[in-house]
Design a protein around this ligand. Structure first.
Ligand code: URA
Length: 273
């Protein structure tokens, strides 16, 4: 009898150590209803064991403890969008690459090279022309033909060089035969100019010719009425003037005087910055 009692004590002691060990390991509840004699209903109905407490027991070192907060690396990474931290120069480089590889309209199949634009942005002056001509299409550079040579002289008249301005076009690929760009081509190319403006953040925009002025100002008004004063492009002063190609075609004193007046307005504006 004494022997039985000693064995029972030992068994109870083992049980106790076993449950303490379980508790240490984070186990909060153990299913015991199957240990009751059949028909015994004095205990609460058995709850379904949760998978975290199921056997076999995991190795102690890797066992998650329900009451312990998970380590940061155990949490799933939240699905947040990474902010775009690239510099304006890097954004611009990527944009130029996209323009050079663009196939968003029919002009992609007739061009030799796209002409994204070029120049300096220290003074933040943006010139916008119409579209590349033959020489620009051959070289990939804007305003390098006869129009460009006249533009250089116009700029020099107000002490500006091509390095003082950034120059681009409404469409980045040459319309065949130097025709005006079609509206679907202007629309397809618009996101590039829009992004260029957002990255360069010009303090003033000068448009050369009717298509550029009409596109940016979203108007059907003729260039003759638009030129000679500043307009507003989303808070940026925009000065329309004649395209150098038009001046070359109509090289009258009157037209040259008008462009000179427009350039004087630009110079006065820059001098006040
Ligand atoms: N005319 C334009 O409008 N853009 C050029 O790049 C060249 C000529």
């Amino acid at each position: 009898m004494e022997n039985n009692e000693a064995k029972m004590k030992e068994l109870l002691y083992d049980f106790r150590r076993y449950f303490e060990q379980l508790k240490d390991d984070g186990v909060e509840w153990v299913e015991t209803s199957h240990l009751l004699p059949p028909g015994d209903t004095e205990v609460a109905p058995a709850r379904k064991p949760e998978p975290a407490r199921a056997y076999p027991r995991p190795e102690k070192s890797s066992r998650p403890r329900k009451t312990t907060p998970a380590y940061p690396e155990e949490k799933a990474a939240p699905a947040v969008q990474k902010p775009d931290l690239s510099s304006p120069a890097e954004k611009f480089r990527v944009l130029i690459e996209r323009i050079n590889n663009c196939r968003n309209c029919g002009l992609a199949s007739t061009r030799n090279r796209a002409v994204p634009g070029e120049g300096g942005n220290a003074l933040r002056i943006l010139f916008v022309g119409e579209g590349p001509g033959a020489e620009e299409d051959r070289t990939g550079r804007p305003f390098v033909g006869r129009s460009g040579q006249l533009l250089d002289k116009i700029l020099a008249a107000v002490s500006l060089t091509r390095n003082d301005i950034f120059i681009t076009n409404i469409v980045k690929c040459r319309p065949p035969g130097n025709r005006d760009p079609h509206s679907e081509e202007v629309i397809a190319c618009w996101p590039y100019l829009d992004e260029q403006i957002k990255i360069l953040r010009p303090r003033v925009i000068v448009t050369l010719g009717a298509p550029a002025a009409k596109t940016l100002l979203d108007t059907t008004e003729g260039i003759g009425r638009l030129r000679g004063r500043f307009h507003d492009y989303h808070g940026i002063p925009l000065l329309p003037t004649y395209h150098p190609a038009y001046l070359l075609r109509s090289y009258t004193l009157e037209n040259r005087k008008k462009v000179w007046e427009d350039m004087k307005l630009l110079r006065e504006f820059i001098d006040k910055l």
